[in-house]
Ligand binder design. Sequence first.
Ligand code: MN3
Length: 218
Amino acid sequence: MTIPPPKLRRTTPFALPALPYAATALEPHIDKLTMEIHHGKHHQAYVNNLNDAVKDTVYAEYELEDIIARITAADADKKIRNNAGGHWNHTFFWQIMTPGGSPLPEGQLATAINTTFGSFDKFKTAFSDASKSVFGSGWAWLCVGKDKGLFVATSPNQDNPLMLQLAPKIGTPILGIDVWEHAYYLKHQNKRADYITAFFNVVNWKEVSLRFDKAMFG
Ligand code: MN3
């Protein structure tokens, strides 16, 4: 796997991005307390730990994507792997949700979903099944692959399909769901399936479509 050279040199520490909506905004599908703790505590911890982990390493001035592409399974990368992944994944996750959701995909994304999965409902089933299948903590994704085809994938812990050295199949995530218990336990306890159903009510398909277009057509 050829890793592209780092594009930019980072001069400021990683920082927690503000939520693009109020913590209450995804109610009743995703509750305020879950959002507050998930964003303010969990995501903040990934950011803090990442800044700590990259200090005095080769990654110290790398942008997040350039770090993600280089992470290996080596023990030395473990803290960077977990926290760079955690920062990237959560930053992405907040953006692909929106209060009340947005209209279902249209245009070329809708066509690609229908072509790949047979229908939107079949895609939803495939994505939901993948989300349920994650054992323990992790993520499920809808990605655009190197061949420009759509595929559903899962990642353990805070890994993602952008980790060129680690992902079983490389791709650009355009939709993703956090299935760590911290994402749903306060509201849904052990019922991950109910959380997945709730998640589909707040998916920002407009943002997903933008990400699809970028991955497909640059
Ligand atoms: Mn999380």
